[in-house]
Design a protein around this ligand. Structure first.
Ligand SMILES: [Zn+2]
Length: 219
C-alpha cells in the first residue's frame, strides 16, 4: 500500500484507542517500511526495476525478508505490545501499537505482488494477492476509498481529507501504465526509489499527524 494510506490507518486505530499517542501510532503503521528504507540503504535488502518503469509493477521488491515477512511483522508487533502494555503498563496503547504494526503487513499482503516471505531465511512461499499487478485501476480506487474511509471513521477535518485525496491522486501514474509520470526516471535506480519512498513516509506521516489535530466538529 502507498504511504498516505498506511499513514491514514493510524486514524482508524486512534479512533478505537484514543489513549494511544498519535506519534507512536504513526511510527508503528510505517515501522516495516522505515526498516525497509534503512535495510535497503545498508544493502541488507534489495530492490530492482525493469529496464523501463511505467507503473509500480515494474518495481520488484526482490529481497526484504527482515522488514517484510510474516514472522518479522508479528515479532515487531509483539515487541511493541510488550514494551507498552507490559513495560509501561498501558494495555490499550500497547494493543493499538501492535495493531498498527500488523496493519502494515495486512495492507501490503492485499496489494503487493507475491514478495512477502513467511520468515527470514525462507525463500518460499512468498505471499501477496497482487492487486497492483492484476487490477491497477481497482487498486487505485481501493486505496483512495480506504484512505477516505479512515478519515471518515476518525471524523477528520477538511484539510486532512484534502491531503489524503491529493496524495492518492498523486499515485495515479504509479498505478496506471497509460498515465506517464516521474516513475520513468526510477528505472535502474533502486536507491532513488528508496529515497522517494523515505520522503513520502516522512511527508505523509507528518501531514496526517499535524492535520489530524483538527477534528470535524459539526455533528
Ligand atoms: Zn510495506
Amino acid at each position: 500500500m502507498f504511504a498516505i494510506n498506511h499513514a491514514a490507518t493510524a486514524l482508524l486505530i486512534k479512533r478505537k484507542f484514543p489513549a494511544a499517542p498519535m506519534i507512536w501510532l504513526l511510527i508503528c503503521v510505517q515501522l516495516m517500511e522505515i526498516l525497509w528504507v534503512l535495510l535497503n540503504y545498508v544493502g541488507l535488502e534489495r530492490t530492482t526495476t525493469e529496464p523501463t518503469v511505467k507503473s509500480v509493477s515494474d518495481i520488484h521488491l526482490i529481497f526484504m525478508p527482515y522488514s517484510h515477512s510474516i514472522a518479522s511483522a508479528l515479532g515487531l508487533a509483539v515487541l511493541a505490545w510488550l514494551a507498552v502494555a507490559k513495560g509501561l503498563r498501558k494495555a490499550d496503547a500497547g494493543l493499538a501499537l501492535g495493531a498498527g504494526v500488523v496493519s502494515h503487513l495486512i495492507l501490503d499482503l492485499i496489494t503487493h505482488a507475491p514478495d512477502i516471505a513467511l520468515a527470514p531465511g525462507m525463500g518460499h512461499p512468498k505471499l501477496g494477492l497482487g492487486l497492483y499487478g492484476a487490477a491497477p485501476t481497482a487498486a487505485f480506487v481501493v486505496e483512495a476509498v480506504y484512505g477516505v474511509f479512515c478519515w471518515w471513521i476518525y471524523r477528520g477535518g477538511r484539510s486532512l481529507l484534502a491531503a489524503i485525496l491529493i496524495f492518492n491522486l498523486g499515485n495515479l501514474s504509479m498505478l496506471s501504465r497509460a498515465v506517464p509520470g516521474p516513475e520513468q526516471f526510477l528505472a535502474g535506480r533502486p536507491m532513488w526509489i528508496v529515497t522517494v519512498i523515505a520522503f513520502q513516509i516522512a511527508v505523509t506521516l507528518t501531514l496526517v499527524g499535524v492535520l489530524s489535530r483538527r477534528r470535524y466538529t459539526h455533528d
